[in-house]
Design a protein around this ligand. Structure first.
Ligand code: CO
Length: 188
């Protein structure tokens, strides 16, 4: 089932998500829905809070980046209860986007390598380092679990220039090819 994507400005995107257990109801179906929703909206990553579930789960398929970034080959993973242990390496800029913030792309600076522990869909524990575009996407999705968005990390001046556009998104005043959940209207 394709799930609607929570849009920028919705307070639920700012919540801190919680760990789950293997008994989490409907986990298998939810993971299927995450993949289906991510591919439908043409994303390379999707975090559970973006489909309005405040749980520490995200999915990534970096294969569309294969041509430019060889490390993306075969990088299709589910991260459950992930914890970033360490970030290292040079900071590098990349023009990021986010399914919750349609048509906005901005340069974001992040460390090149990330050490992360997580469980996969079978609740097998992993302790791994990732680098390059893989580390980039992991850090972007991981931020969603703590209520952060990539636009929080851009230059203050760029943020001011984006203000109108972000306001339009939060009001639902946008053309987007997939279904979205917008912030509840403020009472007058
Ligand atoms: Co995002």
């Amino acid at each position: 089932m394709i799930l609607p994507i929570v849009a920028y400005g919705h307070p639920n995107l700012r919540k801190v998500s919680v760990d789950i257990t293997p008994e989490y109801p409907g986990l298998e179906q939810f993971i299927d829905d995450m993949w289906e929703s991510m591919y439908y909206s043409i994303g390379v990553g999707l975090a559970a809070p973006q489909v309005n579930r405040q749980i520490r789960l995200f999915v990534i398929d970096a294969n569309p980046y294969l041509k430019t970034y060889p490390e993306a080959e075969g990088f299709k993973k589910i991260f459950i209860n992930a914890r970033i242990i360490e970030r290292r390496g040079e900071l590098w800029q990349y023009n990021e986007g986010c399914l919750s913030i349609p048509d906005v792309h901005e340069d974001v600076s992040r460390p090149a390598e990330v050490h992360i522990t997580y469980y996969d869909e079978n609740f097998t524990f992993h302790d791994e380092w990732f680098s390059g575009i893989n580390a980039r996407i992991i850090q972007h999705e991981y931020d969603h679990l703590d209520g952060f968005l990539f636009v929080d990390k851009i230059h203050a001046l760029r943020k001011i220039m984006l203000k109108r556009k972000l306001l339009d998104i939060s009001k639902g005043d946008i053309d987007v090819a997939y279904k979205m959940i917008f912030a509840p209207k403020k009472r007058k």
